[in-house]
Design a protein around this ligand. Structure first.
Ligand code: AP5
Length: 211
């Protein structure tokens, strides 16, 4: 039976970093709504055009757009082990996911809650660099690439995300506390907490032992 894992936590908690490790080492499919939306923005699709203004302001993209994206991905990866990275982010998104999984006779196996303070998030995101080509994530101090500003995996020049400016980061944190945190109560029977300030390898080992 395939596994469905949800990564829940504030921006910059390390959800994407861990999802990539589980993808590379354990063959999970990483479904990151943030990555899917950035891809749509880059390709200037209808979804991308609608989503861009919300993302630039650090607000959530409307639920109906996100739910149709997820529906597509669940059909595409029906038999795979999936990590939802950054989804669901609202109660209506979580209810829709439950309905979609019910139709497919599937269940959520675990919800991993990444715990970290807001000020640490601000520090992390200000130093984050990402590869626009393969999506690898770095940090100028905590996880620098071997060659300055160049992706270790594919050699592309790294960039800073548009929404990693301090005022947008603070807005994203506010949105997390208001709209996403209620999911902790929603998923209380499935939540396992992780100290997201630990080093990435320790976090990875803990997650593997939990799932
Ligand atoms: P999204 O892309 O999902 O952003 P996010 O949730 O804000 O999360 P981040 O990608 O910022 O952080 P992360 O937890 O993945 O951390 P990372 O591993 O990169 O969403 C962007 C936007 O899209 C949203 O604002 C919204 O507009 C829209 N959106 C997306 N999904 C949506 C949805 N479901 N509904 C509505 N709208 C949606 O790590 C961060 C940094 O820390 C990196 O530099 C990394 O190298 C470093 N780091 C990682 N782990 C560690 C560690 N253990 N120790 C030290 N440094 C570490």
């Amino acid at each position: 039976m395939s596994k469905i894992i949800i990564f829940l936590g504030p921006p910059g908690a390390g959800k994407g970093t861990q999802a990539q490790l589980l993808k590379e080492r354990n063959g999970f499919i990483q479904v990151s709504t943030g990555d899917l939306l950035r891809e749509a923005v880059k390709n200037q699709t209808e979804l991308g055009k609608l989503a861009k203004k919300y993302m630039d302001e650090g607000k959530l993209v409307p639920d109906d757009l996100i739910i149709s994206l997820i529906k597509e991905k669940l059909q595409e990866y029906a038999d795979k082990n999936i990590i939802f990275d950054g989804f669901p982010r609202t109660i209506p998104q979580a209810e829709s996911l439950d309905n979609l999984l019910f139709q497919l006779d599937k269940n959520i196996d675990a919800v991993i809650l990444f715990k970290i303070e807001d000020e640490e998030v601000v520090k992390r995101l200000a130093g984050r660099r990402v590869c626009p080509s393969c999506g690898a994530v770095y940090h100028v101090i905590y996880n620098p690439p071997k060659i300055d500003e160049i992706c270790d995996k594919c050699g592309t020049k790294l960039i800073q995300r548009d929404d990693d400016k301090e005022e947008v980061i603070r807005k994203r944190l506010e949105v997390y506390h208001q709209q996403t945190k209620p999911l902790i109560e929603y998923y209380k029977s499935k939540i396992v907490e992780i100290d997201a300030t630990d080093n990435p390898e320790n976090i990875y080992n803990k997650i593997v032992s939990m799932i």
